[in-house]
Ligand binder design. Structure first.
Ligand SMILES: [Fe+2]
Length: 263
């Protein structure tokens, strides 16, 4: 990884790196499709890598939708070839610059309050086009930060699109917002949400960008940067996965997850 990319991360709170091959992205999509079909067992319709982009056109009953979108189980297991890619030169050199070592722990976090934590798994997100009428929640997530603690945010998030790579689809990020301390009164009081959502008033003060990516490219973002899924203004259903890498030397369930921040 060149120093410029790392400096971009330090300056803006995110950067884009080349990480996966096109085949890796196809493999991940196939794996997700398999997982979704398993959740929908008994359903006549079968998803494939090709028709997943048309998720919004498929009529699914509420029970099926609940299964696909259940946040407690919205993850896939990471296979060996993908984990190996996380050890590549490009990412290792990034981590070496960030942590002075590259020992990482892959951690999926559902609701930290309920201790929904799993290892070597990646979360997945599916967002239908915002214009399409559908019975799936159209919300693409509110602007929020991922930070689970005020002091011990020893992790980075990799945002990896599987379907939808242009700025019509990609996540929204507010450059440089990671430098600010977002004080407690800047957060919305939404008890039903897991992530730390900021009030509209506060997040509206920031400018957001949506990076344009190539297949296999990944956004690395800081835990304190303000971001959201962003509305899907394309014609395909957007599908992405998220991998969280913790500094293994500092990974500590007690220190890394401050329960006070989620009350
Ligand atoms: Fe997030």
């Amino acid at each position: 990884m060149n120093i410029k990319t790392y400096n971009n991360f330090v300056k803006n709170g995110f950067c884009v790196i080349n990480l996966f091959s096109k085949k890796n992205i196809d493999d991940l999509t196939n794996q997700l499709v398999k997982e979704i079909n398993l959740k929908l067992v008994g359903n006549k319709f079968k998803f494939t890598k090709k028709n997943l982009a048309n998720f919004h056109k498929v009529v699914l009953n509420n029970n099926s939708l609940k299964k696909v979108f259940d946040s407690k189980k919205r993850y896939i297991e990471l296979k060996k070839n993908i984990i190996e890619k996380l050890n590549c030169k490009n990412l290792s050199s990034f981590l070496n610059q960030l942590w002075r070592h590259n020992n990482k722990k892959i951690v999926w976090i559902g609701n930290p309050r309920l201790k929904e934590i799993k290892y070597n798994k990646a979360g997945y997100r599916i967002f239908v086009p915002s214009k399409k009428k559908n019975n799936i929640k159209k919300s693409a997530g509110f602007p929020h930060i991922d930070a689970y603690s005020l002091k011990n945010n020893n992790f980075i998030t990799l945002w990896i699109p599987l379907i939808g790579f242009s700025e019509k689809y990609t996540m929204m990020i507010a450059p440089k917002s990671h430098i600010k301390l977002h004080s407690k009164n800047k957060f919305a009081k939404k008890k039903n949400y897991i992530s730390r959502i900021l009030s509209k008033n506060y997040s509206n003060k920031f400018n957001f960008v949506r990076p344009r990516l190539n297949k296999g490219q990944v956004i690395i973002h800081h835990p304190n940067v303000i971001h959201s899924g962003g509305l899907n203004i394309g014609t395909k259903t957007r599908v992405s996965i998220e991998i969280r890498l913790f500094d293994q030397k500092k990974f500590d369930l007690k220190k890394n997850f401050d329960p006070k921040l989620f009350n």
